[in-house]
Design a protein around this ligand. Sequence first.
Ligand SMILES: Cc1cc2nc3c(=O)[nH]c(=O)nc-3n(C[C@H](O)[C@H](O)[C@H](O)COP(=O)(O)OP(=O)(O)OC[C@H]3O[C@@H](n4cnc5c(N)ncnc54)[C@H](O)[C@@H]3O)c2cc1C
Length: 477
Amino acid sequence: MSHPAPLPAGRTGDPPLEATLLAALRAAVGPSNVLTEPDARRGHETDWTGVYRGIARAVVRPRVTAEVAAVLRACSAAGAPVVPQGGNTGLVGGSVPDPSGRAVVLSTGRLRTLDPVDRASGQVTVGAGVSLATLQDHARAAGFEVPVDLGARDSATVGGMAATNAGGIHVLRHGTMRRQVVGVEAVLASGDVWSHLAGLEKDNTGYDLAGLLCGSEGTLAVITRLRLRLVPALPRRVAALLAWPGVGAMVDGLASLRAEVPGLEAAEYFVRAGVDLVRSVFGEPDPFGRPHPAYLLVEAAGTTDPTAELAAAVEGLDEVLDAAVADGPTPRARLWRLRELHTEALAAVGPPRKYDVSVPLPGLPAFVDAAVDLVRSLSGARPLVCHHFGHLGDGNVHLNVLGLADAPGEDVALVDGAVLGLVADHGGSISAEHGIGRLKRPWLHLSRTPAELAGFAALKGALDPAGILNPGVLLPG
Ligand SMILES: Cc1cc2nc3c(=O)[nH]c(=O)nc-3n(C[C@H](O)[C@H](O)[C@H](O)COP(=O)(O)OP(=O)(O)OC[C@H]3O[C@@H](n4cnc5c(N)ncnc54)[C@H](O)[C@@H]3O)c2cc1C
């Protein structure tokens, strides 16, 4: 794979080439949609965590697929790297440019078409830049739900969700984003357009290109539209917060809940240290007025009220120490706040080093204990603290290490290697749902074999031979 040579000095490179590129970008999307001023670029140059900061040559904002194709043709001709960016809520540094000042950020924020819901198939075709919250409102108005839901719903886009194969809180019932994508329209680095949006449930005509782009993190193509599966809205829902003596007891209890509550949609866990943190940052009340070691937030939904079914199942759980049931939207939202504010509370006292990983469910309690001990043992002059919470039903743990914010790069790499190595030792995946990005790129070999990595390189070389799409993300740049 060949790559464009680094710019000799400064940010702009060869003036005639730069002028040609900018002129081509302005011709592609209109001058007002090529942002070159630092103030206009700034929000696109730093990721949600604040850890990854870069410099963009320009931020371009195409409105339709043909404009995306023109942008990619212009960048290919100039050898300019392109960073596709949706809502910029990604947590692994994949959505922002590097500090070289060479990359063009392609913001999908104006790709906002929203076709009517196809009620017969339960599908919808949607522009990549539509936010999850907007799609949720659109689907609900037609009596459907979007099967994937996550805390960043107001900003995260469907294109970014497909590109990261987002998971979220309903994977237990509906699977990740990949399972919802039945068709895709995308533009390759060459400017060629793939368009396969019929949404046929049975379509055995060769390679699954939509599936290939799910989890590709902007390295193979820019997704412009998606055909997505919806699920019928289930109007009756109930949530319950259950307190436990430890994570092990919760894992056992969840097995019973899954067997007895078919409408179970979510099973999110957190522990006391996380509750204390959320309370200290946001002033939330203590859910039970007294502390407990571990908490499981479950939600069930159906066409008929699932409260009695859930209550009966909870009744049969010997190790539950306290329980709060919430069946109206406001009390349910109050319980969910406690879980969803974990990410923001950690950001407020951080930034934390984030490791979103998964391990086989039976081994999860031993894994989180080992991770907390390991991180503590790596403390230097300043203590390192490992917080953990996550999507219990999926064996998905969000490890967040505090204390590394100003640490030298080699100390951070040491902790990265130790924590992700521990995941591999426990038979897990180093990325459960956020992707690899820049954060985990050096460690991909822990979850993928040399033969698989050679396959990745072959695909990348075939679809993006000059390596202009998101270099340095997922694969070596
Ligand atoms: C508070 C909070 C809670 C979160 N909870 C979850 C959770 O529960 N589950 C989960 O999976 N994630 C979660 N995330 C992470 C994040 O929201 C997801 O990764 C989301 O899918 C990113 O969407 P985005 O539009 O913001 O993408 P961006 O952050 O803009 O981009 C993410 C990656 O996708 C690529 N990309 C974006 N759009 C396109 C496109 N159209 N074509 C090709 N490539 C593209 C980018 O280049 C980048 O590599 C959370 C984040 C926050 C801040």
